[in-house]
Design a protein around this ligand. Structure first.
Ligand SMILES: [Zn+2]
Length: 302
C-alpha cells in the first residue's frame, strides 16, 4: 500500500495527515498557523507538522494553500491571508526540507473538490461545481474530461469573487459586491450586524434562530442569496451536481430544505441538478492534497 502526506494550510490552522491509497487518514496533526507572524514562521510550522508524522515509506507530500496557486510550478501567485505568502515558490522551499519526495502544491478549494471526487459526494458525478462555505467562499469546477478548471492565470473557479450584488459590500479582493461577502460562512454575521448593530459569530446566530427574529432574518437572506447564486452556477455550467462544503454546512439542518425550496422557485429549469452536502469537511484538504501526489506519480508511471 502506498502512503503520502497531505497538508492543508489554512489561515488559522495547519492540518497534516498520512493518507493511504484508499483515501484513509492513518495519523494526523493540527498546529496553529501563526499567520500573523509572517512567512518564515509559517514555513517552519508546515515543516514541523510534516516531520512529526513522517515515516520511511512516505513517497510524497501534497500541500494546499489558499489563494491563486500556480500548481504547475508550485508558486503562490497571490494569497491575502498570510503575510508575505504572495510570490513564494513553495515547491522550491519545501523541496529543500524533503529531498527525494514527490511534492505537489495546490489550491485548497481545488483539493477539497478532488477529495470529494475521489472518496466523497462527487464520486459518481461526471461534472460538478463545489462551493466551500467557510471564513471565505472557495470554489472549484470539475469535469471528468478535463479535471479541475485552473484558468489561464490560475484564477479559474474563484467563484467567491463572482459579483452577486452590483456595487455591494466591499471585498478584501478590491471588488464590490462579491458573493463571498454574502454567502461565505462569515457573511451571516454581516447580515446580522446590518439588522441589529450587534456582532455575533455564525454559531451564536444559528443557536438563536428559534428565539430571535433578526437571527431568522439574517439566515433567510443568507439562504436566499445562496439560492440565487446557485441559479447562476446552474446557468453557467449546468453541472450534474453542486457540492456544498466548508464548516458552515454543519448547521445545514436549519436551512437545507429552505435552500432547495428557494432554488426551485428561482431557477428557470431547476430539474436535472443534484445539490448535495460534502462528505468531508475538515479533512478534505489533506485527502485531496494526498490524491494529487498519487495522481502525479501514476501519470509518471504510465
Ligand atoms: Zn472578492
Amino acid at each position: 500500500m502506498r502512503r503520502v502526506i497531505g497538508v492543508d494550510l489554512g489561515g488559522t490552522k495547519i492540518n497534516a495527515g498520512v493518507v493511504d491509497d484508499t483515501g484513509k487518514i492513518c495519523n494526523n496533526i493540527i498546529l496553529e498557523t501563526l499567520a500573523g507572524q509572517g512567512r518564515d514562521v509559517v514555513i517552519k510550522r508546515i515543516v514541523e507538522a510534516v516531520q512529526s508524522i513522517m515515516e520511511d515509506d512516505i513517497i510524497g507530500i501534497g500541500i494546499t494553500s489558499p489563494g491563486f496557486i500556480n500548481s504547475d510550478d508550485g508558486i503562490v501567485e497571490f494569497a491575502g491571508n498570510i503575510k508575505g505568502w504572495t510570490g513564494l515558490n513553495m515547491h522550491k522551499t519545501f523541496s529543500r526540507y524533503f529531498p527525494g519526495k514527490e511534492l505537489r502544491i495546490e489550491n485548497d478549494a481545488n483539493m477539497a473538490a478532488l477529495c470529494e471526487k475521489w472518496v466523497g459526494s462527487g464520486k459518481d458525478l461526471k461534472s460538478f461545481v463545489m462551493l466551500t462555505l467557510g471564513t471565505g467562499l472557495g470554489g472549484a469546477i470539475y469535469h471528468e474530461a478535463m479535471g479541475l478548471w485552473l484558468g489561464a492565470n490560475y484564477q479559474g473557479a474563484e467563484l467567491g469573487h463572482m459579483i452577486l450584488y452590483p456595487n455591494g459590500r466591499a471585498c478584501n479582493c478590491g471588488q464590490l459586491g462579491c458573493a463571498e461577502k454574502y454567502i461565505a460562512g462569515s457573511a451571516l454575521s454581516i447580515n446580522y450586524e446590518e439588522l441589529t448593530n450587534d456582532i455575533l459569530d455564525g454559531h451564536e446566530i444559528i443557536s438563536k434562530i428559534e428565539s430571535d427574529e433578526s437571527a431568522r432574518a439574517a439566515l433567510d437572506k443568507f439562504v436566499d442569496d445562496l439560492a440565487t447564486f446557485l441559479v447562476s452556477i446552474k446557468n453557467c455550467h449546468d453541472p450534474e451536481g453542486v457540492i456544498l462544503g466548508g464548516g458552515f454546512i454543519n448547521s445545514r439542518e436549519k436551512w437545507w430544505s429552505l435552500l432547495l425550496e428557494r432554488f426551485n422557485e428561482k431557477c428557470n429549469r431547476p430539474e436535472g441538478i443534484k445539490i448535495v452536502p460534502a462528505k468531508f469537511l475538515n479533512d478534505s484538504g489533506i485527502i485531496g492534497a494526498a490524491k494529487s501526489v498519487l495522481d502525479v506519480i501514476d501519470k509518471q508511471g504510465s
